[in-house]
Design a protein around this ligand. Structure first.
Ligand SMILES: Cc1cc2nc3c(=O)[nH]c(=O)nc-3n(C[C@H](O)[C@H](O)[C@H](O)COP(=O)(O)O)c2cc1C
Length: 189
């Protein structure tokens, strides 16, 4: 797929199912992620690939997080949280392992990890796969980071769910670019 066409038409998948990306497609998606702009070439990204039965463990981590944050969460709420891990056959947790021994600002390292997420979204789409970028409270929970082998100093920037889109993508919203794009300095009228 042409790059501009992919950029202009990409949409999040509304629902994902099997099959999971092949190993070859996953490798392509991750290599695209690692082409994200990266000030100082710090490679501040971490990619945790969760699939198959590993998703059940991930679901338990999500449910534990909700239980800690909402002690009165009902069994239904906990089950819904656990089920999020099964939204797709494959999930990649993308984190920024911010290097504090560098003079590159923390925000730029986190932005680089966000750019890696977007590269993954676009790569999946261009390969004919579907993807969703999710965070939620769990992404900001230190206990979740530790359970996933990260440290509290790391920032989870996305859980990228990847699979096969089982419903047509949503339509593209109209965006009034005139409210978002201006010339600077303002042109005198
Ligand atoms: C950092 C980040 C976190 C997000 N987290 C969530 C989330 O937790 N739940 C959700 O429904 N959408 C989340 N979104 C938004 C969706 O991924 C998606 O971009 C949005 O629904 C617009 O759909 P589109 O990608 O098809 O334009 C997040 C987006 C970003 C950039």
């Amino acid at each position: 797929m042409d790059a501009i066409q992919a950029l202009l038409s990409r949409a999040s998948a509304a629902k994902l199912g099997e099959p999971a990306p092949s190993d070859e497609n996953l490798d392509t998606i991750l290599r695209c992620a690692m082409r994200a702009p990266d000030h100082g070439r710090l490679r501040p990204w971490r990619f945790l690939v969760i699939r198959g039965a590993g998703r059940r463990d991930f679901g338990d981590v999500l449910a534990d997080s909700l239980r800690r944050q909402t002690p009165h969460a009902s069994d239904d709420m906990l089950e819904r949280e656990r089920a999020k891990a099964m939204r797709a056959p494959l999930v990649v947790c993308v984190a920024a392992a911010v290097r504090h021994d560098s003079n590159i600002p923390r925000i730029e390292q986190i932005l680089s990890a966000g750019a890696a997420c977007e590269n993954m979204m676009l790569a999946a789409y261009a390969l004919g796969l579907g993807a969703m970028w999710k965070t939620g409270a769990a992404a900001y929970d230190d206990n979740v980071k530790i359970a996933l082998g990260l440290t509290p100093a790391d920032s989870i920037v996305g859980f990228i769910y990847v699979g096969t889109s089982s419903v047509p993508p949503k339509g593209q919203p109209q965006i009034d670019s005139a409210t978002l794009v201006t010339s600077w300095p303002p042109v005198a009228s």
